[in-house]
Design a protein around this ligand. Structure first.
Ligand code: ADP
Ligand code: MG
Length: 233
């Protein structure tokens, strides 16, 4: 069964491409038939994929922004039938129509949020759009936030967590701010594919996220929360 995961946030630089590419690499390294769809005309995911070494597990790239056909049509037409995991990287500005197209049929929607006042404010709008425009119910367990580039023990991080708790949207991961993501991106690999000891902490921070991504509507969030708390320490 194919599972579609959309990484969404109109705010540029929040970590959409970083999360989408790392997630695709993670699934591919598990042996899953993975498709990485690039909906961003900047083509960052596509560029990352072009750098990917041949000997690593294959990720099937689909640069949807190059297509002038309607989004749904191109999505259906170009999706390999073998696909098991579809990870969608999206662009900054999204029209209401595009938001609906992107989220239609999405099993999971990830919203990366940086700990800053501006980003917290922008995230409120995205979440409101998802709940009100795309009519996604909190109860479906389809939306989660990824707190990205976090420096623990900072006031702004605490403000972010307080804000997220008040929204009643799960926080599936807290990813620290580290050069490991920049180094891995330059090589077309994911942090799960790096062997260096210094990425161990980062790999650990993905556990609650990948656990949540496999959860269904009636999922008990306890495991995610437990692994999340462990990963922040
Ligand atoms: N957790 C992180 N730690 C350090 N750098 C990060 C992290 N997440 C993203 N970045 C860097 O921040 C920049 C913007 O991230 P990117 O994923 O391209 O955002 P978006 O796709 O939302 O515009 C990139 O240079 C990326 O390497
Ligand atoms: Mg991007």
């Amino acid at each position: 069964m194919v599972r579609k995961i959309v990484v969404l946030n109109p705010k540029g630089g929040s970590g959409k491409t970083t999360i989408a590419t790392n997630l695709a690499a993670y699934y591919a390294s598990l042996g899953q038939y993975t498709v990485l769809m690039d909906y961003d005309s900047q083509g960052s995911s596509t560029r990352w994929l072009s750098k990917r070494p041949d000997e690593l597990p294959e990720i099937h790239g689909v640069a949807t922004y190059k297509s002038h056909a309607g989004m749904t049509r191109s999505f259906a037409m170009r999706m390999p039938v073998e696909a098991e995991r579809v990870v969608v990287d999206s662009s900054a500005a999204l029209s209401k129509h595009e938001l609906l197209e992107l989220t239609r049929g999405a099993d999971k929607i990830l919203i990366p949020v940086l700990p800053s006042d501006i980003d917290i404010h922008a995230a409120t709008r995205v979440i409101a759009d998802l709940l009100l425009t795309a009519k996604i119910s909190r109860r479906d367990n389809r939306i989660a936030v990824v707190a990205n580039r976090v420096k623990p023990n900072t006031l702004v991080f605490r403000a972010l967590m307080k804000f997220l708790n008040s929204l009643d949207i799960p926080v599936a991961a807290v990813l620290r701010d580290t050069q490991n993501y920049i180094r891995s991106a330059a090589k077309g690999v994911g942090i799960h594919e790096m062997t260096e000891k210094r990425v161990a902490k980062d790999v650990g921070q993905w556990i609650p996220l990948v656990t949540w991504l496999e959860s269904d509507g009636s999922f008990n969030s306890e495991i995610v929360e437990r692994t999340l708390i462990a990963s922040i320490r």
